[in-house]
Write a protein that binds this ligand. Structure first.
Ligand code: HEC
Length: 227
């Protein structure tokens, strides 16, 4: 009897997770609401150093630290908390009050993320963003695709969007050699372009911004050098 109830609950839980996936829209980083491209003259505002922007900074930070498979991704939904979109993140946030927001409290207490990989700077950003009203805001930081060195923009893209999940485990992105190997066997491009046959990165629901994709493509086309 108990076993039957358990199987029933398991089916309910997995179909709920499945429905959750179906309704999850894809988000392209570097775009505003509804994936409209950021254009400083129309949609976006130019970045102010005093403001923390959700799309530019908070979303990549939270998804890469808190959306690992088995933690808070859309498929496994640990403790019913999914942290991969503005609306889902806002369920854990009381806008204007970081200390009353479970998102910030769990991180500041050191309970989350379990791997303990958030820096003080990242925590301060989350706190500031919440206290500034936790808006779904973004800014146009410009896109200079003439700069695409490994030690510069490429490492920055990886550190912002990927490293929290790829500094240990089977797929490593924590050195030039490890990244280069994945570029050479095609898995790096396949993953970020969400091509079939590859695990979509940084998440099935999130793609890198056009600007970051262009920089990566230029770096790869120029030989993916250790420059
Ligand atoms: C939330 C965690 C997470 C983030 C963020 C993430 N990955 Fe992954 N990635 C994984 C997992 C899990 C796998 C499966 C392999 C494994 O278990 O290590 C994987 C696999 C990959 C693979 C192998 C794909 C394949 O099909 O062979 C590549 C390449 C990759 N990731 C690149 C990236 C890049 C580049 C980024 C940043 C733009 C990124 N990942 C961000 C968790 C993540």
């Amino acid at each position: 009897m108990l076993k039957r109830i358990f199987v029933f609950l398991l089916i309910v839980a997995s179909s709920a997770a499945f429905i959750g996936c179906e309704h999850q829209p894809k988000v392209k980083l570097g775009t505003g609401n509804n994936n409209t491209p950021i254009d400083s003259t129309k949609n976006g505002t130019n970045c102010s150093p005093d403001t923390v922007y959700f799309v530019n900074e908070i979303l990549p930070m939270i998804t890469s630290n808190c959306a690992q498979a088995g933690c808070h991704d859309n498929i496994t939904q640990a403790e019913g908390v999914i942290l991969d979109s503005y609306n889902n993140i806002m369920r854990e946030v009381r806008s204007g009050n970081a200390n009353f927001s479970s998102l910030y409290r769990e991180i500041a207490n050191g309970n989350m993320p379990p791997a303990g990989s958030m820096t003080q700077e990242q925590m301060d950003k989350i706190k500031k963003w919440i206290n500034q009203g936790a808006k779904n805001n973004y800014c146009n930081s410009g896109c200079d695709t003439t700069l695409f060195t490994f030690s510069g923009p490429i490492t920055k893209i990886i550190n912002t969007n990927c490293i929290a999940c790829h500094q240990s485990g089977t797929v490593l992105l924590n050195s030039y050699a490890s990244v280069k190997a994945l570029v050479d066997n095609g898995r790096f491009s396949g993953a970020i372009k969400h091509q079939s046959g590859f695990q979509p990165m940084p998440s099935p629901y999130i793609t890198l911004s056009d600007c970051d994709m262009k920089k990566i493509a230029k770096w790869i086309n120029a030989g993916a050098q250790n420059n």
